[in-house]
Design a binder for this molecule. Structure first.
Ligand code: NAD
Length: 479
């Protein structure tokens, strides 16, 4: 059996290589031909481009990419990342992960990803708008964006604001195209985004963790009790994914004992409130100096190594490596970020008995709710709009009938709970929860069903490879 190890020279870009290694390892447990496996693994289209922007009296050339990894389903789908560290290898790896992620959670998209090599903190809002709109125009020119072609979304360094600029540029260039708003997801609600998308990835991560810790057999092996109550969590990255994961985990009963950011880390075994840390960062420009932390570390990586039960890396790839994995105290790593654990580090962690909830499942809540947003844009109607009132009237009739038959009256609070029709947010969160719960057990069953399958990640890859292979076979292209 192939063993997993990290690339010899960690300074060379190796993220796509890592993803391919995980893929090859899992492919051993499938029965597909080499040709089909190759087709699933490779990136179908890699578009690398450069464009100029004016900065003061100078012209700066910006590097950008869009990668469509797999067209076994259309459109392709994946976030756009703004980071100084973006490179072609990274965008290819992230696009590939999107393909596998969508297959795992049964979202009918191929995988894609985009990247612009800038540090957004170094640019004014006007400059970021220029860059985003120009990037979108370049994608339109090459047919790399559209509601039925390729649909971007937010990722590291981007959010609703950037998605609005993309939507507006696409609409401007495609006047009269009825489904144009389906060309990008993660938009603000005022621009036909969907309630719940902002928190979706983090909420999905928290649900994934809850599912994991609710299984008595697995927790016994870790020496843990079941449930999230009292579980101590460290989160790396207090951005979109990290913040919402922390918030929902607290809602589920966990304690956030550590927060790590790019400029330092905080720790308090009694727990900390992410909102208070965000407020402190807003006022001081850093999380350091937060009074309610018992310890702080100027070296962010030290924060990952503090005492806890669960570690949620929710910043960037390559954070848990063969070098530091031995010092990680958590027994569960829940990958909010894409690619935070290298293959070599995973092998060591799992050998010691730890559980890794893999990125391709763990952070799939974002694309799941993006799918709901895309459906909303194509149907041109908000979820719940047609049936909320009808449902409430039907419930009211039922309650009135039951009360008149039994002669018993419900309290005002009971009536309200029973009668209420579902809002868009409730429907979205319910669809998200159902997806995350079902997918976790699907992967775990694959793991438990074959003793040779070593990790949840391998099981997740097996699940997605099998589903993608079926798509190709259904197209009649492959034997
Ligand atoms: P974000 O830009 O909102 O937040 C990232 C946070 O990480 C920032 O606060 C940043 O300061 C911090 N950070 C940067 N370097 C760090 C370091 N070395 N140590 C600690 N913190 C550091 O980005 P995001 O959207 O939350 O994305 C985070 C990760 O989650 C990425 O890997 C992304 O691909 C993945 N992801 C995001 C989504 C989504 O919906 N946004 C969906 C799936 C996966």
């Amino acid at each position: 059996m192939a063993t997993l190890k990290s690339k010899a020279n960690p300074l060379e870009p190796h993220f796509f290589d890592d993803v391919s290694q995980f893929f090859d390892h899992a492919a051993q447990f499938t029965s597909h031909s080499h040709g089909l496996l190759d087709q699933i693994k490779v990136c179908n289209s890699v578009y690398r481009f450069r464009f100029p922007i004016r900065r003061g009296d100078n012209i700066e050339v910006v590097d950008a990419w869009r990668v469509e990894h797999s067209h076994h389903k259309s459109p392709t789908k994946g976030g756009i990342r703004y980071s100084e560290m973006v490179n072609e290898d990274e965008v290819m790896a992230l696009a590939a992960l999107m393909t596998y992620k969508c297959a795992i959670v049964n979202v009918p998209f191929g995988g894609a990803k985009g990247g612009i090599k800038i540090n957004p903190k170094n640019y004014s809002v006007a400059e970021l708008e220029t860059i985003t709109r120009r990037y979108t125009v370049e994608l339109i020119k090459k047919n790399f964006i559209g509601p039925g072609i390729d649909v971007p979304a937010p990722d590291y360094g981007t959010g609703e604001r950037e998605m609005s600029w993309i939507a507006d540029t696409y609409l401007t260039m495609n006047p009269g195209q009825l489904d144009a708003l389906g060309s990008v997801t993660g938009k603000p609600i005022s621009l036909h985004g969907i309630d719940g998308r902002r928190a979706a990835t983090g909420r999905g991560v928290a649900i994934a963790i809850r599912e994991c810790v609710d299984i008595a057999e697995d927790m016994e092996e870790l020496g843990f009790s079941t449930g999230l109550e009292g579980k101590r969590v460290i989160v790396q990255g207090l951005g979109n994914v990290g913040y919402h994961t922390a918030k929902v985990l607290i809602e589920f009963g966990a304690t956030i004992v550590g927060i790590c950011e790019y400029d330092g880390a905080l720790y308090n075994p009694d727990g900390m409130d992410p909102d208070e840390i965000i407020e402190h960062r807003k006022n001081n420009g850093t999380i350091l100096g937060f009074k309610k932390a018992q310890k702080e570390f100027r070296l962010p990586a030290e924060g990952l190594e503090q005492d806890c039960d669960i570690l949620v890396p929710a910043a960037l790839e390559n954070q848990i490596t063969e070098e530091n994995v031995g010092r990680i105290k958590a027994k569960i790593i829940a990958e909010g970020a894409n690619g935070p654990t290298t293959p070599g580090a995973e092998a060591i962690f799992v050998e010691k008995g730890g559980i890794i909830i893999p990125d391709m499942y763990c952070n799939a809540g974002g694309v799941t709710v993006s799918y709901f947003e895309w459906l909303k844009n194509l149907s041109h109607v908000a979820f719940g709009r047609m049936d909320k009132r009808y449902e409430e009237l039907a419930n009211l009739n039922l309650v009135n009938t039951v009360e008149s038959i039994t002669g018993q009256s419900l309290s005002a609070a009971q009536r309200k709970t029973i009668i209420k029709g579902a809002s868009e947010l409730e429907l979205v969160n319910s669809g998200l929860e159902d997806t995350m719960i079902r997918s976790y057990h699907e992967i775990r069953e694959i793991l438990k069903g074959n003793r040779k399958i070593d990790t949840l990640r391998t099981a997740a890859f097996v699940s997605s490879i099998d589903k993608i292979a079926v798509s190709y076979q259904n197209m009649g292209i492959w034997p």
